[in-house]
Design a protein around this ligand. Structure first.
Ligand SMILES: [Fe+2]
Length: 155
């Protein structure tokens, strides 16, 4: 992540941005949490983020960032709702903490979007968005969602 940040920092927004060198954002089996609905939605998020980074390398990052946020604002509602329903239906004991993380991420996205609308796609917003998503993909999915999936698989 540090290398990625350094690349973003050194990038002038007037120039094409290549943020992917050294990054592997492809979905892989080790990220599967083992629940088909959750995994399908997670894969969609990875795909979308990867497309966003590719597009930023080639085209206008302002437009790309707005499109990414359009996608994310709908995506988090649907995806978090899927997970919440599963937790409720299975009386999951870790639900409060899990939902707290969802809420925190939603608020973070909301704040970033407001900042994007206010200031446009600055390098700082690109970096913060990138960091938030990377954290989400690697930390929340790997730990919190995996715990939920393990619970759902229990007899
Ligand atoms: Fe989750």
């Amino acid at each position: 992540m540090l290398r990625l940040e350094a690349e973003w920092l050194s990038t002038d927004r007037m120039h094409p941005i290549d943020v992917r060198s050294g990054m592997n954002l492809q979905w892989s089996e080790d990220l599967a949490v083992g629940h088909p609905d959750i995994d399908r939605q997670h894969q969609e998020l990875f795909k979308r983020f990867e497309q966003f980074l590719s597009a930023c390398s080639a085209r206008d990052s302002d437009q790309q960032l707005h499109q990414l946020f359009d996608f994310l604002s709908e995506y988090v509602v649907v995806h978090f709702d899927t997970e919440q329903r599963l937790m409720e239906n299975h009386d999951y004991s870790g639900m409060d903490e899990h939902l707290r993380q969802h809420e925190e991420f939603s608020q973070q996205l909301h704040a970033l979007r407001e900042e994007l609308n206010r200031a446009g796609a600055t390098v700082e917003i690109l970096m913060r968005t990138n960091k938030a998503l990377l954290y989400w993909l690697t930390s929340h999915i790997r730990q919190t969602d995996t715990k939920l999936a393990q619970f759902l698989r229990e007899p």
